[in-house]
Design a protein around this ligand. Sequence first.
Ligand SMILES: [Zn+2]
Length: 127
Amino acid sequence: MPFCPQCKAEYQQDITICSDCQIELMPELPPEDTVEYVDWEIVESVPSEVVGNMIKGVLESENIDVVLHSHDLVALGGIREDWSKPEWGDLLVHGDDFEDAKAIIEEYLASLPKNQIENEDADIETV
Ligand SMILES: [Zn+2]
């Protein structure tokens, strides 16, 4: 079934343009990978893979499931959602773990020597 990439509405086989968005329909729904992360929330944006893995390790040691999602990873939907973001990627956790994860990350970042983060040449503040 063709569907609209913008509003996700499905259309009959012979329709090629979304009547709401006036854009061309895609031939099929996006791959499963994009659906898999629906229930996950971005808890922190990270400037590099190194920082992402450090924080991931800290959260995992607290028994929180965490996914490191690079903006450049083609496997995760193939679309870089926000090109204006300078960060390397995002850390995602389940909605249920969000508050805990946020608190743990803040505590962890506060415990780091300040220049260690600045040397990563990025702003680690959450927007
Ligand atoms: Zn549409």
